[in-house]
Design a binder for this molecule. Structure first.
Ligand code: 13P
Length: 254
């Protein structure tokens, strides 16, 4: 792992006070340390301004990510936020296809692919979450599920779809379970994803990264990051606590 991409996904957590405190300590850490990778924080989008006001944001030591986007660009879609609005708010990365949205909001592969298409049009970087359920793992369907989720994107967005994008392999059973994927197994799937994407292309892909997500902590980060095809992490719970998040960044930066 040369220049890891670390994204903290706060999900439906945080208050103004808590995020300000987190930002202050993260700023201090990043000012005192030369972090070699890329860090983005995916807050509930209404709190993004807190990060945007930091000097480390202006110095591009930290980036903003969103947790979702609508699959329309404008019009009568009450409550939604479009890709161009996110771009306008200086958000760079957008998580799409998270299993929590696929399950809780009935987002199909088709809807996710349409979001991916709109993000690319707006020059935002999609973080496409893919991965299998516990049952699908038992049924030996990991590759099949990943291929299906990837193919819908290729079919809608064409051969260059994954240039400048991120795939986060997040086995659903590992999310919030305190039971991360075995690092060698995560590597196996990450390698499969990379090989599969490359097998579809007749050119060398640019700026394509694979993250692992699912119960990443300070205790398992070292082993996970030593895997060749894992380029970064999508971190849920452990990104909420500044002490743990900083510890993870320290370990990555060794
Ligand atoms: P946890 O790190 O809490 O398992 O969450 C992972 C995740 O869903 C990140 O998007």
């Amino acid at each position: 792992m040369i220049k890891p991409i670390i994204v903290g996904n706060w999900k439906l957590n945080g208050t103004k006070k808590r995020i300000k405190k987190f930002s202050k300590l993260l700023s201090l850490f990043l000012t005192q340390h030369n972090f070699k990778g890329t860090i983005a924080i995916s807050l509930p989008v209404i709190y993004s301004y807190i990060i945007k006001n930091l000097s480390i944001f202006k110095k591009k030591k930290i980036f903003l990510s969103a947790q979702n986007v609508d699959n329309h660009t404008l019009g009568s879609f009450t409550g939604e936020i479009s890709p161009n609005m996110l771009y306008d708010m200086m958000i760079k990365y957008v998580i799409i296809g998270h299993s929590e949205r696929r399950f809780n909001h009935q987002e199909t592969n088709y809807i996710v692919a349409n979001k991916f298409r709109l993000l690319k049009k707006e020059n935002l970087i999609p973080i496409l979450c893919i991965g299998e359920t516990e049952q699908e793992k038992k049924d030996n369907k990991i590759k099949e599920i990943c291929v299906k989720q990837i193919d819908t994107i290729f079919n809608m967005c064409g051969i260059h779809a994954f240039d400048n994008s991120i795939i986060a392999y997040e086995p659903i059973w590992a999310i919030g379970s305190h039971n991360s994927a075995n690092p060698l197994k995560a590597q196996f799937v990450a390698q499969f994803i990379r090989q599969y994407i490359n097998s579809k292309l007749n050119y060398k892909i640019k700026n394509f990264f694979i993250q692992y997500g699912g119960s990443v902590t300070k205790n398992n980060i070292l082993e996970l990051m030593s895997q060749k095809d894992i380029d970064g992490f999508l971190i849920g719970k452990a990104s909420l606590k500044i002490t743990e998040f900083i510890k993870i960044l320290e370990l990555i930066n060794i």
